[in-house]
Write a protein that binds this ligand. Structure first.
Ligand code: B12
Ligand code: SF4
Length: 542
């Protein structure tokens, strides 16, 4: 059977670099590759199906091209894969476009957001036949066998006689080694590795991809829905299987890999075996991963550095123990300091800290403590995001109980906590404190960690114009532009009063608004690109 898989993108989270094409002729995208659909494509092909992948980041395959291809090739199933609340509107727009052009093609949604909100998504987006929950490997094969009667396909939410039906959950698969390596080569795009900073910071021009060596996390931070998605379990591939994939990637010419694992640092023996395997096989790919600061695998940081682990990212969240406890992080400030120091001492080149601001019960003093703590830690890079609340998380449940959100009406909305929770500091205060805090962090870093900071800037300067690096440094001192980000504007667009009345009408009414905003956003992106291209020597997109 022929299957189309589409990775839906939120335009905020990728960019097209000025040097548009790689040496092999592929368009280059600064961002993460769509490993979800790549994983499914490999499984489908091994089972004898045909699969064509599309990525909304590809400027050569806009929605109109995807829709025309569906008309031309009439696939048995079109699967949409998207990660989160902010990409859901884009999935709805495309589903509606395709359904308008083709009344019979079967459409399926999958990914974390769709999984956690399946019946609501099915109700709000009736154009979609199946909302697929959880892991997709077995599910998609099963679904293809039963497209006309999915009653027995576990993990699928669908509609029977106008009623939304949620089939039972699929048993969580523990043997992850059984799946083939993701099908990275069929999608003719190359990806550029960058840091999650506002100015896309190119880390290397090596061929870049992502890998998933484990799934899930057993902790329960209040803002995170990973434990819900994975039923609180952590599952992993064997070290041998991971090393084999590295070998395969090295043969394919990849030079940089980032693990999309939720907590890579969980099992010391496994990490040790992976590092040993990488060294034994002479793997020179540089890699990065994320983990908790209370990991008991810290004695392995030197081994990881030796096995070319270049980037290590920690979810630090706050410099106030009170806030860490409020967020149920189950970690201490001392553990943060130890982990970051150990990672740097071990020779990990880039150690990153994820922080959140604008949390419930956070005071100005807590915020100040966070920035001062971040400044003093030997971190190379850091990000301070405003805390958002997503349906399914413990914080969402708390907000439902406190009457701050309505589970039935607000489930698809993107909320910064500070816009709905009176125990958060007001948005303007958070903004002012963050700007001041960032300035303090930058100054402290330059004065106290000059060598570390200059080394990092040198890495950025290898691949980025001086102008962009200078902007990165002076940005906190310039003050930030006012108003919401594109994603917020878009998410707000689906909240108009009329849409709250009936779920069935939501897509129709909102899509017009969404399409309008999408067109505006595309025009704006095109304008920015043209301006950038005009100032650089680039190969334009055809
Ligand atoms: C990598 C990542 C990113 C990357 C994006 C990479 C990309 N290609 O677009 C970056 C850093 C840009 C990012 C940004 C954001 N992210 Co993010 N991200 C992740 C992360 C860590 C891994 C995703 C991944 O690659 N998984 C590996 C692949 C193999 O799994 P998968 O995509 O889920 O696919 C499997 C199944 O879901 C299923 N499946 C998927 N699609 C389909 C389709 C069909 C038809 C079928 C049958 C099955 C199926 O089958 C696949 C194989 O089993 C997840 C956490 C997680 N564990 O999922 C968070 C996560 C998805 N992100 C999250 C969030 C909140 C965001 C942001 C909104 C953060 C922000 N405020 O800025 C943005 C929004 C991004 C967007 N809308 O595009 C939340 C989502 C919560 C929610 N309910 O919305 C998550 C769950 C993290 C968390 N701790 O809560 N993210
Ligand atoms: S440790 Fe990380 S992945 Fe685990 S629940 Fe907390 S935020 Fe989520």
């Amino acid at each position: 059977m022929l299957v189309f898989l589409i990775h839906i993108r939120d335009p905020q989270f990728y960019a097209i670099p000025a040097k548009t094409r790689a040496k092999n002729g592929n368009i280059r995208i600064m961002g993460f590759p769509p490993i979800g659909i790549m994983s499914l494509s490999a499984v489908l092909k091994r089972a004898g199906h045909e699969c064509v992948m599309f990525d909304q980041a590809n400027p050569e395959t806009p929605n109109a091209v995807i829709t025309a291809e569906i008309q031309r090739k009439q696939p048995a199933l079109v699967g949409f894969s998207f990660l989160s609340t902010t990409s859901y509107p884009y999935a709805k727009i495309l589903a509606r476009d395709i359904r308008a052009a083709n009344r019979t093609v079967k459409l399926a949604f999958g990914g974390v957001f769709a999984s956690l909100n399946a019946p609501l998504v099915k109700q709000q987006c009736p154009e979609v036949d199946f909302v697929c929950r959880g892991d997709g490997e077995e599910l998609i094969l099963d679904l293809l066998e039963h497209l006309d009667d999915p009653a027995g396909v576990e993990g699928v939410t669908w509609a029977k006689d106008g009623e939304v039906v949620s089939n039972p959950n699929r048993k969580m698969e523990r043997n992850l080694d059984q799946w083939p390596f993701p099908d990275r080569e069929s999608l003719k795009l190359d990806f550029v590795e960058s840091m999650p900073l506002d100015v896309p910071c190119v880390l290397s021009l090596e061929r870049f991809t992502t890998m998933q060596t484990s799934r899930g996390c057993p902790w329960s931070c209040v803002f995170c829905d990973i434990p819900v998605f994975n039923e609180g379990k952590w599952r992993s591939r064997t070290p041998q299987h991971v090393v084999d994939e590295f070998k395969h990637l090295q043969e394919q010419g990849y030079g940089a890999v980032y693990f999309v694992d939720d907590h890579f640092l969980l099992q010391p023996k496994r990490i040790e075996a992976i590092c040993k395997g990488l060294n034994d096989q002479n793997i020179t790919i540089e890699w990065g991963c994320e983990g908790r600061v209370d990991s008991v695998a810290q004695h392995l940081f030197p081994a990881m550095a030796k096995a070319h682990c270049r980037t290590l990212m920690f979810g630090i969240e706050s410099g106030s123990q009170k806030m860490l406890d409020r967020l149920n992080k189950e970690q201490t400030l001392a553990e943060v300091e130890t982990a970051v120091t150990n990672a740097k001492k071990a020779g990990i080149e880039i150690v990153h800290g994820f922080f959140v601001v604008g949390s419930p019960d956070e005071t100005i003093a807590d915020m100040k403590a966070t920035f001062d703590f971040a400044a003093k830690l030997p971190l190379d890079t850091f990000g301070f995001n405003r805390l958002c609340v997503y349906r399914g998380t413990p914080l969402w449940h708390e907000y439902v109980k406190r009457g701050l959100v309505n589970d039935g009406a607000d489930w698809y909305k993107y909320f910064k906590c500070s816009t709905i929770d009176p125990t958060c500091l007001p948005g303007e205060v958070i903004h002012a404190e963050r700007s001041a805090g960032l300035r303090r962090v930058f100054i402290y870093k330059f004065l106290h960690y000059p060598v570390q900071t200059l080394r990092l800037l040198r890495r950025f300067l290898r691949h980025m114009p001086v102008r962009d690096v200078v902007y990165l440094i002076i940005k906190p001192f310039l003050g930030k532009k006012k108003g919401p980000t594109n994603a917020e504007v878009l998410s707000r667009a689906v909240e108009h009063g009329a849409m709250k009345e009936a779920a069935a009408q939501m897509t129709q009414v909102s899509d017009e608004t969404l399409e309008h905003i999408l067109r505006e956003s595309q025009a704006e992106r095109l304008r920015i690109r043209q301006e950038t291209e005009a100032s650089r020597d680039v190969t334009p997109i055809r």
